[in-house]
Design a binder for this molecule. Structure first.
Ligand SMILES: C[S@@+](CC[C@H](N)C(=O)[O-])C[C@H]1O[C@@H](n2cnc3c(N)ncnc32)[C@H](O)[C@@H]1O
Length: 296
């Protein structure tokens, strides 16, 4: 799929910090677990020799197609895999790779997805309520909205969107459903929330739904429980998150692994984008980056 005409190219977040923390070995093997449009991947691969390798994973086949076109010119071998990063051990085993030198996760959504005309990620674009990163999955945002009970919906908006009006929004949705389109959901939210800051309310509701549709926190947790087995001693992991619950999961798992003597934490506090990046790329503003090195 071509990005729509008005879609800005996705700008990778905190690239300088990612590259510096990965300390790339030219002959090393690196995994970009959320390769997306290949913004970070092009930077990683440009530092690898023909003896190195990049494995890019993404749930979004459109993104992988786009990324493939972008990486093709590289002299370093690469593999792009349509799967979820939480399956990293299985993916590497199929590729007959036992250990890698670095893993990157840049969580969340790309500009290609957000600006897409038919995927329903954005509250400002008319589209079906889809929101699946992986369009081969069955459950869409419409299914979540139409099938969960009112208390379950309220819980989704409160937990994943930190939305104070979660109860009234869930009540309204349960009164007017079935919902099929972004406009249906926007209208339901509009009719039960005050106009002030409604954009922020919509953003929180859409974010919460996306997290649930794609089981984002569950996948991150599975990854955090297993990634160490894929890393060589001295290998680095870098994770950029955009949601406080994601960052908390990363922080807790890193702390536990540090106590168990498995990793050295490279970012005492999460790194955040510098002022000039925050200005240039508004999407970067909520980014938090944590990194660690496997030591045993
Ligand atoms: C912020 S974008 C990554 C952008 C990329 N770093 C770049 O510079 O172009 C996040 C990507 O992660 C993908 N994604 C989200 N959850 C995933 C998962 N569990 N496994 C693999 N990819 C996932 C999304 O489809 C999206 O393409």
């Amino acid at each position: 799929m071509e990005p729509s005409q008005d879609a800005p190219l996705h700008i990778p977040v905190m690239t300088e910090e990612v590259i510096s923390l990965l300390e790339i070995i030219p002959e090393g093997i690196y995994v970009d677990g959320t390769v997306g449009l290949g913004g970070h991947a092009t930077q990683i691969i440009s530092r690898l020799s023909s003896k190195g390798q990049l494995v890019g994973i993404d749930l979004d086949e459109d993104a992988l197609q786009y990324c493939e076109d972008r990486l093709t010119a590289s002299s370093c071998p690469f593999k792009l895999i349509h799967n979820s990063y939480d399956q990293i051990l299985r993916i590497l085993s199929k590729l007959e790779i036992s250990k890698v030198n670095g893993i990157l996760l840049d969580l969340g959504i790309s500009s290609l997805q957000l600006n897409s005309e038919d995927r329903g990620f954005s509250f400002s674009r008319p589209a079906p309520l889809d929101m699946r990163f992986d369009r081969t999955n069955r459950r869409t945002a419409a299914d979540v909205l139409n099938k969960l009970s009112e208390p379950e919906l309220s819980d989704v908006f409160y937990t994943y969107g930190e939305e104070r009006r979660s109860r009234s929004i869930a009540k309204k949705i349960s009164q007017v459903r079935p919902l099929f389109t972004v406009s249906d959901l926007v209208e339901a939210v509009r009719s039960c929330t005050p106009p002030n800051f409604r954009h922020r309310t919509l953003a929180r509701v859409f974010q919460a739904l996306r997290i649930v549709v794609n089981k984002e926190l569950e996948k991150l947790e599975i990854f955090l429980n297993h990634f160490i087995e894929a890393l060589a001693i001295g290998g680095k992991v870098v994770i950029i998150s955009f949601h406080s619950l994601e960052d908390r999961l990363v922080k807790q798992h890193f702390r536990q692994m540090k106590e168990n003597g498995r990793i050295r934490i490279l970012t005492k506090k999460p790194l955040q984008p510098k002022e000039n990046e925050r200005k240039l790329n508004t999407r970067s503003r909520s980014a938090k980056l944590r990194a660690a090195e496997r030591i045993s």
